[in-house]
Design a protein around this ligand. Structure first.
Ligand code: DQA
Length: 147
């Protein structure tokens, strides 16, 4: 069975309480449950990981390379700041799909640059929680088309 790692970056543990006008009321637990349900439907194995720490995210990406077929990542605030996270994704030999709950291009200017996009297969932004589910579908299509 194909294995997909879903990585949630900083502050996403606060979903449901955090800036609900932008991110909605859905919690991270709800998102993870929706991902697990879709994984069942698509017959893939999904693992979820959240950290507020840049180094922990980088370590998880390095470890993932040996076990997973693809990564779906919402790098959150690190999207716009982290060369190190980008380098981690570039260093591993598995494809990554970047997702964002909000449409970052409709928001502040500093959100309109992503350090991650250039090393991702593609980006999905602006579909709320569905961005993750679309990201998972894209990852599954990708790994299946490669076999
Ligand atoms: C986000 C968008 C980022 O700009 C922001 O820093 C986040 C969440 C999103 O999912 O819309 O924390 O990645």
């Amino acid at each position: 069975m194909k294995k997909i790692l879903v990585i949630h970056g900083p502050n996403l543990n606060m979903l449901g309480k955090r800036e609900t006008g932008i991110y909605g009321e859905t919690t991270l637990t709800d998102i993870n449950e929706a991902l697990k349900n879709l994984a069942k439907e698509l017959a893939v194995d999904v693992t979820v990981f959240q950290s507020n720490t840049e180094g922990a995210l980088i370590d998880r990406i390095h470890e993932a390379a040996v076990e997973y077929d693809a990564i779906v990542i919402n790098p959150a605030g690190y999207t716009h700041t982290s060369v190190a996270l980008r380098d981690a994704l570039a260093a591993v030999d598995i494809p990554a799909i970047e997702v964002h709950i909000s449409n970052v291009y409709k928001r502040e200017e500093f959100r309109q640059h992503s350090y991650i996009s250039a090393v991702a297969v593609g980006q999905i932004a602006g579909f709320g929680v569905n961005s993750y589910l679309l990201g998972l579908r894209a990852a599954v299509d990708l790994v299946r088309s490669k076999q």
